[in-house]
Design a protein around this ligand. Structure first.
Ligand SMILES: O=C(O)[C@@H](CO)OP(=O)(O)O
Length: 327
C-alpha cells in the first residue's frame, strides 16, 4: 500500500498541465491538446485546423486546404530519450528528481536534433522534467524548418491568457510543446539519489537488475515498469495517438523507462521482451504511423542519410520542399 500511496503523491505533485482540468470540461480527452492549441494560439475553433506547416501546406493562407492535406493517414513519430543528466553521469538513480543535463547531454541533444533535422515535427510532447524539456528544445535548434518551439501553459486561466500568441504569422512559425507529468521517468521510490553500483553491492546484482528492468517488480516504494506504463501509455493513447491519426507529426522527449513502456506498446513487446530493451541517452527513434499501425524505422543516422527519406514518399517530399525553400 505504501507503494501506491507514494505513486499517488508523486503523480499529483507533478501535474503542471492537467488536460482534464475544468478549462475544457465538455471536450473528449483526445481533443484537448488540439483545443488547448486553439485557445492559446487563438485559432478559430470552427476550423479544427492543427498548426499548419507552410512547407507541407499547398497554400500558406487557406487553413481548410491545409487541413485536408494534413488529414493524410500517415504521420511521423520521433522518440528521444533525454541526453545525459548530471545524475546519469554520477550513476545515481534519478526517477522523478528533476536534474538538468550535463555538457555531454547538451551535445547529445544537439546531435539528436541534427539527426532528425529533415523529419517533420508539428507538435512536441515532453515530460514535466527539465532534462526532457532541455533535450527537446536543444534538438529543435537544429531543425531545418527553423520554427520556434513554444511551451503551452495550462496551469491556470491567467497562465493561458498571458501566453496567448496574437499573430497568425508568428503562430505559423511556432511548434507547440506540451509538457505532461505522465511522460515522466518512473518514480524510483527509495532508490532515488542512491548510487547504482553501491545499491547492487548492497542488495545483489540480480535484485537490482529486477528493480531496474523487470516489468512487474517495483523498486522499494517506487513504480514498476507496469505502473509507469499505466500512466505513460494511457497518456499516449488518449493524447498523442489522436494527433498522429489527425496527420500531425510528433516528437516525444522523455525518459528511459517511460519510453520503454511506450515502445513496448508500439512494438507489442511482451513483459519478458521488454526486460532486455535498453535506450541510450540522446538517441532518436523514428516510427511511421500509417493505417492505424506503427512501423518502426530505427534511428536516423544523420540528416543526409538517404535511407530515412526512402521510408515514405511523404518524408521524401517534406525533405525536398525544405531543400527548395531553404537553399
Ligand atoms: O535512474 C533512472 O531514473 C533511470 C534512468 O537513468 O535509471 P535506470 O536505467 O536504472 O532505469
Amino acid at each position: 500500500m505504501a507503494t501506491v500511496a507514494s505513486h499517488q503523491a508523486i503523480t499529483t505533485s507533478h501535474r503542471p498541465y492537467n488536460f482534464k482540468a475544468s478549462h475544457f470540461p465538455k471536450e473528449p480527452l483526445n481533443n484537448v491538446p488540439i483545443k488547448l492549441r486553439q485557445k492559446q494560439f487563438k485559432i478559430q475553433a470552427s476550423s479544427q485546423a492543427p498548426l499548419l506547416d507552410p512547407v507541407l501546406s499547398p497554400s500558406k493562407t487557406t487553413p481548410q486546404s491545409s487541413y485536408k492535406k494534413k488529414s493524410s493517414n500517415e504521420a511521423s513519430l520521433i522518440l528521444i530519450r533525454h541526453g545525459e543528466s548530471l545524475w546519469n553521469e554520477k550513476n545515481l538513480f534519478t526517477g522523478c528528481v528533476d536534474v538538468p543535463l550535463t555538457e555531454k547531454g547538451v551535445a547529445e541533444a544537439i546531435q539528436a536534433g541534427k539527426r532528425i533535422s529533415n523529419i517533420p515535427v508539428d507538435l512536441i510532447f515532453t515530460s514535466s522534467l527539465i532534462r526532457a524539456q532541455m533535450t527537446a528544445m536543444l534538438a529543435m535548434t537544429q531543425h531545418r524548418c527553423k520554427k520556434v518551439p513554444i511551451i503551452l501553459h495550462d496551469e491556470s486561466e491567467k497562465a493561458q491568457t498571458w501566453s496567448h500568441v496574437f499573430s497568425e504569422e508568428t503562430r505559423k512559425q511556432s511548434i507547440p510543446v506540451i509538457a505532461a507529468w505522465q511522460l515522466n521517468e518512473r518514480m524510483y521510490g527509495e532508490l532515488q539519489g542512491l548510487n547504482k553500483e553501491e545499491t547492487a553491492e548492497r542488495y545483489g546484482t540480480q535484485q537490482v537488475h529486477e528493480w531496474r528492468r523487470s516489468y512487474h517488480i517495483p523498486p522499494p516504494k517506487g513504480e514498476s515498469l507496469e505502473m509507469c506504463a499505466e500512466r505513460a501509455v494511457a497518456y499516449f493513447e488518449d493524447n498523442i495517438q489522436p494527433e498522429l491519426a489527425f496527420g500531425n507529426n510528433v516528437l516525444i522527449a522523455a525518459h528511459g523507462n517511460s519510453l520503454r513502456s511506450i515502445i513496448m506498446y508500439l512494438d507489442k513487446l511482451t513483459s519478458q521482451e521488454v526486460t532486455s530493451l535498453e535506450l541510450s541517452t540522446g538517441l532518436p527513434l523514428l516510427y511511421i504511423f500509417k493505417d492505424r499501425k506503427f512501423m518502426r524505422r530505427g534511428s536516423p543516422v544523420g540528416p543526409t542519410e538517404a535511407g530515412v527519406y526512402a521510408y515514405t514518399k511523404r518524408l521524401a517530399q517534406y525533405r525536398q520542399k525544405l531543400d527548395e525553400t531553404l537553399n
